[in-house]
Design a binder for this molecule. Structure first.
Ligand code: NI
Length: 173
């Protein structure tokens, strides 16, 4: 089921999300998050973005759906890189954010077993962006200079979504 996204000024986007305790329910929610992410043509979506203050997010980098329940970032590379980010919760905005190049994330999967992912490239970027959503942090909070925030027109934003269908590197999460 496709879920509606909350507005950008919704307090749930600014709250620290609660740990998942009902795994069965989280697995069902994850399926809806994946469907919503795909419908919105994003590469990541966190539960708070659909109004559920839970430590749960999904990613779809290179078309591969992944589910992270109660994720923890256990390692961050010293090396940091700038990468342009957007967010389904902040329509039409893009900005460059500095973050560690590589991260290791530990989480519980839909099979209810713990797993670990060591990521670089787009997946590392998306994992950190989505993890921030669980802490009530938006990418704009991490920009060095908000004056560099780019505002796209509706048309530009929509055509960017089409780019994402082709797996472009600058995706909304
Ligand atoms: Ni986002």
């Amino acid at each position: 089921m496709r879920l509606p996204l909350v507005n950008s000024d919704s307090p749930v986007l600014r709250a620290q999300a609660a740990p998942v305790t009902d795994l069965m329910k989280a697995v069902a929610t994850a399926a809806n998050l994946l469907q919503t992410m795909q419908a919105e043509v994003g590469v990541g979506l966190a539960a708070p973005q659909v109004g559920q203050s839970l430590r749960l997010f999904v990613t779809g980098v290179k078309g591969e759906p992944m589910v992270f329940i109660n994720p923890e970032i256990t390692e961050r590379s010293k090396e940091e890189i700038l990468w342009e980010e957007g967010c389904l919760s902040l329509p039409r905005l893009l900005g460059e954010v500095r973050r560690p190049k590589e991260v290791t994330v530990r989480a519980t999967g839909t099979d209810r077993q713990p797993f670990e992912v060591k990521a670089d490239g787009l997946l590392a970027r998306v994992l950190q962006h989505e993890y921030d959503h669980l802490e009530g942090i938006l990418f704009t909070d991490r920009m060095d200079d908000l004056r560099k925030l780019k505002r796209l027109t509706e048309e530009e934003w929509a055509s960017r979504s089409e780019d994402k269908d082709r797996g472009g590197p600058k995706d909304e999460t």
